[in-house]
Each structure stands twice: as C-alpha cells, then as structure tokens.
Design a protein around this ligand. Structure first.
Ligand code: SF4
Ligand code: SF4
Length: 377
C-alpha cells in the first residue's frame, strides 16, 4: 500500500487542508500574533514587504562577518540572498548536499527537494575534484564525505546560520524546520540564527505546524517522518547557576525571524495553501519534458509559475512558461491540498496577456481565425 493511502495519512491530509485554509484566511491576525509571541520568546522579529527589504535586514546583521552559512530554502532563493551577500563581499556556504553540489557546479536546482538530480555521479565527482582540489572517485559515499568534511571545516569559522522554515506557529512563537541531513541543526547552533519565511507559512499552533511538516515530508519523500523536525522557540539559555538567566549555552544567543510578504498578499488564497511538497512538479507532464525552464528560481512547475506572478510580476510569469501549461490538472489531482493550479494559471494568463506578453504562435492562430475562420492557413 502506498503511504498516501494509509488511513492515518489520509486523515492527516484532511487536517492539514483545514489548517492551511484557516491559516490563510486569518493571515493578518496570525502575523500580528506571531510578533507578540516572538517578543515573549525573545526572538527578534521583522516583517519585510519586499525581498530587498529582507536582504537589507540580513545584511545589517551579518555585515561584519566574512562567511555565513545557509540551508536549502526557496524563500532565500526567492530574495536572491546568496547573490546579494556575495556582491557585498561575503562568502555564503550552502550546507545542503544537493545545494552545495549546485553551488560548486554553478547550475540551477532541478527539483525543490532533490536539486542536483540531473547530474550523474561522474559529473559530480569531476566538479568537486576540480573545485575542492581533491581526488574523489565517482562513488556516492566518497562524494558525500568529501563535501561534508569541506562544509564542516568552513562552518568552524561561521557565526551566523540562515535558514528558511516549513511552518511557523503564531500562538506559540515557534519555528518548525524539517531536514534529513542535520545541517539545519548545525546552523541553529551558531551565535546568530536568522530565519526567513513567507507569511504564508504561518499557522496557529505548534501542533498545526508539526502536522504541516509531517504531511510535507510524506508527499515530498514518501517517508512517514523526516530524520529531524527542529523547533526553535527562542535563544539558547540556561538558569542553572543560582537561577541567573544566561544566554548562548550551546545554541544561538540571537534568533532573528523575518516574515516576508513580497507579493503574497496579492495571491489568491488557494495559491498560498501550498506546503511545498513538490508532488505537483513531479506529476506534471510539461515539467517532466522541459525541467526547470517551466518555473522560476526555486518555484518550479505550474504552481511555481503561477506564484511567480505575485512575487515578480507578469514578465517573470511569462518567461517562466505560463503558456506552457496544458491545464490538464494532473497536478491538482496529486496535490495533497488540491491547489487548483490550472485555475490560478488561467487567471494569471489573463493578467500576462493584458500586460502585453503574448506568444507569436497564439497571435498567428488568432489572426488566421479572424481572416479565414480556421486556425490553419
Ligand atoms: S501545490 Fe500542492 S503538490 Fe504542489 S508543492 Fe504545493 S502542496 Fe505540494
Ligand atoms: S495543469 Fe499545467 S501545471 Fe498542472 S500538471 Fe497539467 S501541465 Fe502541469
């Protein structure tokens, strides 16, 4: 039996659908509430209206650092954080294995949870031999261990870790992060931990956030749970000496949370139900043919192309392939949240069309119909 057919998972799916719909409906309330909860929990909190604003907040915190490290995060990709910080002269280390391979190859990720899937073993070995000046065989364990040692060595000199979040519990002021590699755990132990999350990641309670994280894992990986679900609800602290409160025992002494709008408030609620599992991408016939050219940055496939409109505008949606979609709705059938991707794409197409971004082929068909009554010449 496929894991998604398991009655417990079916029940979880219904629970999460309810959580996401309610959360998006109450987004403004949750946003206000999370600010209060973070304050109670000693987490610094910012709301960034744009990616530029988020980058500037981050730069202000890290400007005296030489190197910072980050985890895989579509939100960090969305705001172009790596390029932004590199332009400012900082070195940024990707800690996720797939993303580190992508960073070393200077390529683009092919899938949200398996970014380097398009490289074969020889290509990866050749790249790391050249870039890291090592001699590794085309063998997965050797490749993994070589990249691990290199990243761990670099992490010794890093004071700031930057991550995304899978869900954020507004009433508890807790940030939930899912990972299998253990890298987010390492980053959250740096002196400063910065978390950037889209406002659409907000849910009410920690229980809701864990449910979202569990369902995302099931649909993204086919496993019931990930290796790690990290919860950060404040800086590392202890009062073990005479009840005197001390910070920075083993973990971060400073936790900074940045909630990013960047156009999300303009998106239809259904578009924001998404939990980022990637099932729609792998089930999309177009994506399976054209790959990451049907998408924008980390937002791939039909939902990504539609979402792009709200964060980057009509031109970006057009370039990302808004007209490639066949409107077959296979993605919606497979999506645990039943996000009506084809409907959203149709709405976005109207906007893209009105903004003047059209395909020559469509214009030719229109002209033919007008002139000859048939699309064909
Ligand atoms: S739209 Fe649905 S299937 Fe696609 S990533 Fe979001 S939740 Fe997963
Ligand atoms: S509706 Fe579009 S995005 Fe969805 S599966 Fe079909 S082609 Fe892909």
């Amino acid at each position: 039996m496929e894991i998604i057919e398991d009655p417990m998972i079916r029940e979880l799916k219904e629970t999460v659908k309810n959580i996401r719909e309610t959360s998006i409906k109450n987004l403004e309330k949750l946003l206000q509430r999370v600010g209060e909860s973070f304050e109670d929990n000693d987490i610094e909190f910012y709301i960034a209206e744009t990616g530029e604003e988020a980058n500037n907040i981050i730069y202000d915190i890290v400007k005296d650092e030489k190197t910072i490290a980050k985890s895989k995060s579509n939100t960090l990709t969305e705001i172009n954080l790596v390029k932004f910080l590199e332009k400012k002269g900082l070195e940024v280390i990707e800690t996720d294995l797939g993303d580190r391979i992508i960073q070393l190859t200077n390529d683009k990720p092919i899938h949200p949870t398996a970014p380097a899937l398009h490289f074969n073993m020889e290509e990866i070995a050749d790249t790391i031999n050249e870039k890291l000046k090592v001699k590794v065989d085309a063998n997965p364990e050797d490749i993994m261990n070589t990249i691990k040692s290199d990243v761990l060595r670099k992490l010794e000199d890093v004071n700031v870790g930057i991550t995304g979040a899978n869900a954020v519990a507004a009433y508890d002021g807790s940030i939930v992060m899912v990972h299998n590699e253990g890298n987010i755990g390492l980053l959250s132990l740096k002196d400063t931990h910065i978390v950037v999350f889209g406002i659409d990641k907000l849910v009410s309670t920690l229980e809701d956030a864990i449910s979202v994280a569990k369902l995302e894992t099931v649909y993204a990986t086919g496993s019931r749970v990930p290796s790690y679900i990290g919860v950060v609800s404040g800086p590392s602290k202890t009062a073990d000496i005479q009840k005197i409160l001390l910070k920075n025992m083993y973990g971060a002494s400073r936790v900074v949370a940045i909630a990013l709008d960047n156009g999300r408030r303009k998106a239809p609620p259904e578009c924001l139900w998404c939990i980022g599992c990637g099932t729609c991408i792998t089930s999309c016939p177009i994506y399976n043919v054209v790959g990451y050219d049907f998408g924008y940055k980390g937002y791939l496939g039909g939902r990504g192309v539609a979402f792009t409109n709200f964060i980057e505008g009509e031109r970006a949606s057009f370039d990302a392939g808004i007209y490639m979609c066949t409107l077959c709705s296979r993605c919606t059938t497979k999506c645990p949240l039943e996000v009506p991707i084809a409907d959203i794409i149709e709405e976005v197409r109207c906007k893209v069309q009105r903004a003047g971004y059209k395909l020559d082929a469509h214009e030719n068909i229109k002209r033919n119909i007008k002139e000859t009554g048939t699309p064909f010449r």
